[in-house]
Ligand binder design. Sequence first.
Ligand code: G1P
Length: 294
Amino acid sequence: MSKPLRKVVFPVAGLGTRFLPATKVVAKEMLPVLDKPLIQYAVDEAVDAGADTLIFVTNRYKHAIADYFDKAYELEAKLQEKGKDELLALVQGTLPRHVRAIFVTQPEALGLGHAVLCARPVVGDEPFGVVLPDDLIWNGPTGSGKGALRQMAELAEAQQAGVIAVEEVPHSETDKYGIVDATRIDERSALIRYMVEKPKPADAPSNLAVVGRYVLPGRIFQLLEQTTPGAGGEIQLTDAIEALLMEQGKVLAYRFEGTRFDCGNKAGLVRATMHMAMQDPTLVPTVRAFLQQL
Ligand code: G1P
C-alpha cells in the first residue's frame, strides 16, 4: 500500500429497485440531491482524495452516467453564446480536466465483490478506493471538511493497510450491512478482527457497520477471484476482505469525520436533500416556513 491513491472504483450497475418507477429509466446514481446527482458527490469525494482515474462499473442501462461526464457540445456552445458563464462552469465542471473516467461493464449482477473484480484490468496491482454512491458522506458545514475517502487514504498510506469506513447502526439493522468485530486503536480507528456480511442481529459480532468507502490493496483482486458466493448468493466484497485479513492480519476500520446519508432508500434521500437545502442560505427561509406549515 505504499503508493498514494490514484484510482477509485464506483460500482454503479445496481438496479435501484427501491426507487422504481423512477429508476425504470433514471439510473439511481443520477437521482439529484438538490441540483447535483448522487454520482457527482461521490466523484467530488474521490477527486478530493487525490484520484485521477475513476472507474465506473456499469451495465447497459446506465449510459446516462457516461453521458453526464462527457462533453455536452451543444449545451456548452449555447451557454457560451448567451454569456452564461456560471452555468457553463457547472456543465464543464462535472469532471476536472486532469481526471479521466473509464467505464467497464459488469455483464451479470453477481454481487459487489464481482463488480469490484470487473475493474481489475484498469486498476492493476495498486491500492485503490471503492466508493458506493448510495452512501453520501458530507463533512463540514458546507462540505468544506476533508472528505471521508481522503481521511481514509491518508490513514492507509500512513499505516500501510487497507481501510474500511464504519459507522454504528441500530442492532436491529445488522442484516443490511457488512459488520465488523474490531479492537480499538484510537478514537477513530480500530484493528478489524473479523468481518461478516449481513448477519442477523442475533449472530452479529457488533453493531459496527461497513459503509460505502474502502481503500484496498491490489491483492484483493486475487482474493476476489477465489471468493465463492456468500450472503444472498452473491460474491461479497466483505468475504474477500475477510480473506485479506486472514492473510495480512491488518485491515483497519475507520470512523470517518462527516455525516452519512443512506441515499439507497427514500428516507435517506429525503434527509440528504433537506440537509443540503439547509446549507443553502437562499433556501433556508422557505424550508423552515414550509416545515412549520406541514
Ligand atoms: C454493501 C456491502 C455491505 C455494506 C453496504 C454499505 O451492501 O456489501 O457490506 O455494509 O454496501 O452501504 P449493499 O448495500 O450493496 O447490499
